[in-house]
Design a protein around this ligand. Structure first.
Ligand SMILES: *Cc1c(COP(=O)(O)O)cnc(C)c1O
Length: 380
């Protein structure tokens, strides 16, 4: 059994993917070919964004957004303590200071209470300039954007949505459905193979409705180009999505929209129904819909998790811990970070969460086998 079976997906979509790759090989348009622009159009339309710019990976996507906002030394950027390293790495990379914020115990996403109190503390206790919030849609579930947007507005902060795991998730606000990657002033995603929408290598995208930022990012991602590639008006990066990756993503986006997302949701519901009496199962708040980048349960205490991992492993069932360490404990940030309350919720989650196999091509039998083993574990 595989944690996320990408081969199975390839077997189902093989004809379309092979054909699409072959078109690139035949056309020879390896850099910024027509497939890249076609994908950008489709991604913009799916997320209802005015602009979509693809780039080399999800980390670059975050960095390009912060560069467009001129985030620099002396700036404070608020980042959840419970996330993948990139979300904080890009802040430190630009010389700014990441301020790590605790997450909500149920959604695992940025806690509004912790966010607001940390902003106040940066204002009163530091000489840093509060600049932006990076909000992560962890495990596929959009963060609480009603609350976070309101906090961003009231303190004059920019909002960057890290939708690397959230792509495909949505919030239904009084009948108006908004998709992940449309909640930030700028939003980003990743096409790393194991993400909800993955390519066959590295890839990423940036979404915004702001023309000026879109134009700046378009320049930044191609060596700070001006009117052409050999007229350079700013220091930028080389961060483009390969045409072959765009060609792979086009048929995969169709499958994702047409049935994969619905399949994931069914799988998660089935897991929930089988496991809910034994472990804490993931909950989406009312009107929220997850992209199920991970299906993550919570055990009662750390030793229990260790035992369950071993028990499952001995029975050929893979599981994974996302994430083992709070961001504020990562060595790389020591010397340049703030964290006002030691993030107790994150610290707890790091020792108790466990992600189980999930992917759109998983059969009922696999879900039942995994769940049965978990039940056996609790009954032993
Ligand atoms: C994967 C991930 C990224 C980085 O994406 P890459 O394409 O691997 O650079 C950033 N943020 C989060 C939350 C992620 O899960």
């Amino acid at each position: 059994m595989q944690f996320r079976d990408l081969q199975k997906q390839y077997q189902v979509l093989k004809k379309e993917i092979d054909k699409s790759i072959n078109e690139v090989l035949t056309e020879g348009n390896f850099i910024m070919g027509r497939q890249v622009y076609l994908l950008e159009e489709q991604l913009a339309s799916y997320t209802d964004s005015t602009y979509c710019l693809t780039c080399a990976n999800g980390t670059d996507a975050l960095k390009l957004a912060l560069m467009a906002w001129d985030v620099k030394k002396g700036d404070a950027v608020f980042v959840p303590d419970f996330t993948f390293f990139s979300s904080g790495e890009v802040v430190a990379d630009l010389g700014a200071t990441p301020v790590f914020i605790d997450v909500d115990e149920k959604s695992y996403n940025l806690s509004g209470i912790s966010l607001e109190s940390s902003i106040k503390k940066v204002l009163s206790e530091s000489s840093l300039n509060p600049k932006a919030i990076i909000s992560v849609d962890l495990f596929g579930l959009p963060a609480d954007y009603t609350r976070i947007t309101q906090i961003a507005r009231s303190y004059g902060l920019l909002l960057l949505e890290d939708g690397a795991q959230g792509f495909g998730g949505s919030i239904n606000n009084h009948g108006i459905v908004k998709r992940a990657c449309s909640f930030g002033d700028i939003s980003t995603t990743s096409f790393f193979p194991a993400k909800p929408l993955g390519c066959y290598g590295d890839g990423g995208a940036i979404f915004t409705n702001n023309k000026e930022w879109a134009e700046t990012i378009e320049s930044l991602k191609i060596h700070g180009k001006g009117s052409n590639k050999y007229d350079n008006v700013r220091i930028g990066m080389n961060s483009r999505l390969d045409t072959i990756q765009a060609a792979i993503l086009l048929p995969k986006l169709n499958a994702f929209k047409n049935y994969e997302l619905a399949a994931l949701s069914e799988i998660a519901n089935y897991y929930n129904s089988l496991l809910k009496d034994y472990v804490e199962t993931p909950v989406a708040p009312e009107n929220f819909s997850s992209a199920w980048a991970q299906y993550t349960i919570k055990l009662e205490y750390p030793e229990k998790r260790k035992e369950l991992i071993k028990f499952l492993d001995e029975r050929g069932i893979p599981s994974a811990v996302y994430y083992t360490k709070p961001m504020h404990k990562q060595n790389a940030f020591q010397g340049n970070y703030l964290c006002f309350d030691h993030c107790p919720e994150t610290t707890k989650l790091c020792s108790m969460v466990l992600s189980l196999p999930i992917h759109p091509y998983m059969g009922k039998a696999d879900i039942e086998e995994i769940s049965k083993n978990i039940l056996d574990f609790f009954k032993k």
